[in-house]
Ligand binder design. Structure first.
Ligand code: GEK
Length: 244
């Protein structure tokens, strides 16, 4: 099983806006990268196990959309030992799916987690008791976000739920700059240098496109969700529970 190396990608890489891709180099350091970059990442996975125990039903499917190396899929399998529940783990990065397949080899969850290399806007969602969209919607082309959320809503069973985590922006420029500044301080505390932080910011420009809290809530209610809770927020990273 491959293990995650330390993320040093932006110590050397020269960047242009829009450069960031989930390639082999990123997949190889992904666990280190995401835990050092996303405040509250581990807490979301603890929360996910609680949510899974509440919402996942036997003979249903769980979808982990934008699964990367399958952290959320593994959390669900740990929380729900019932073999009648399968987890469909979708990512359009071949490097991520390949590494997930390697991680699964010989594991007890191998029979339950089904890695799929596809665009999440193109996969069918059906008989779902839980859909996880953990820091992925922000990478989907904005005009396609409404229809993706509507499709998820349609594929959920009645009373089922979606867990959505995102980096948000603020409509007020001063508030946005302050929160971005706090996030940069968080990353410095995780031993990223000012140069690494600046280069990654440039590479992610036009790739990670944030919505505001209001845009998320409006989109979720418009799709038909009956209840939307902001379960957790760490700086400008927020997790919603949306219930059908
Ligand atoms: C975790 N959820 O560890 N279709 C499929 N996959 C996509 C698409 C798309 N249209 N766009 C982006 N991705 C994970 C972390 S990372 C978040 C998710 C981050 C995939 C992309 O290839 C990457 O693996 C993932 O979404 C986003 O809980 O890196 O900030």
């Amino acid at each position: 099983m491959p293990t995650s190396r330390k993320d040093r990608i932006y110590q050397q890489r020269r960047t242009q806006p829009g450069d960031f891709v989930f390639d082999e180099a990123v997949a190889g350091v992904f666990e280190d990268m995401i835990t050092r970059s996303v405040p509250g990442y581990e807490a979301v996975h603890r929360l996910l196990r609680v949510v899974a125990r509440k919402f996942v039903k036997k003979d249903s499917s769980v979808y982990d959309l934008g699964c990367s190396l399958g952290a959320a899929s593994f959390s669900v399998c740990e929380a729900i030992p019932n073999a009648s529940v399968s987890v469909i783990a979708v990512d359009n990065s071949e490097a991520m799916i390949h590494r997930l397949q390697q991680k699964l080899e010989g594991q007890p969850s191998e029979a339950r987690i089904k890695p799929v290399c596809a665009d999440i806007t193109e996969v069918e969602i059906e008989n779902a008791s839980l859909v996880i969209l953990n820091y992925t919607l922000q990478f989907v082309d904005p005009p396609r976000r409404d229809s993706l959320i509507q499709k998820i809503y349609s594929g959920l069973r009645q009373d089922a739920a979606m867990l959505l985590s995102e980096k948000i922006c603020y409509a007020n420029d001063d508030e946005d700059a302050r929160m971005q500044g706090l996030h940069e301080k968080f990353k410095q505390g995780q031993h990223y240098s000012a140069l690494e932080i600046a280069r990654k910011r440039e590479a992610l420009e036009d790739v990670l496109i944030r919505d505001t809290h209001e845009q998320h809530r409006t989109r979720l209610y418009r799709a038909g969700f009956s209840r939307v809770f902001a379960l957790m927020q760490h700086l400008n990273f927020i997790t919603y529970l949306a219930i059908k």
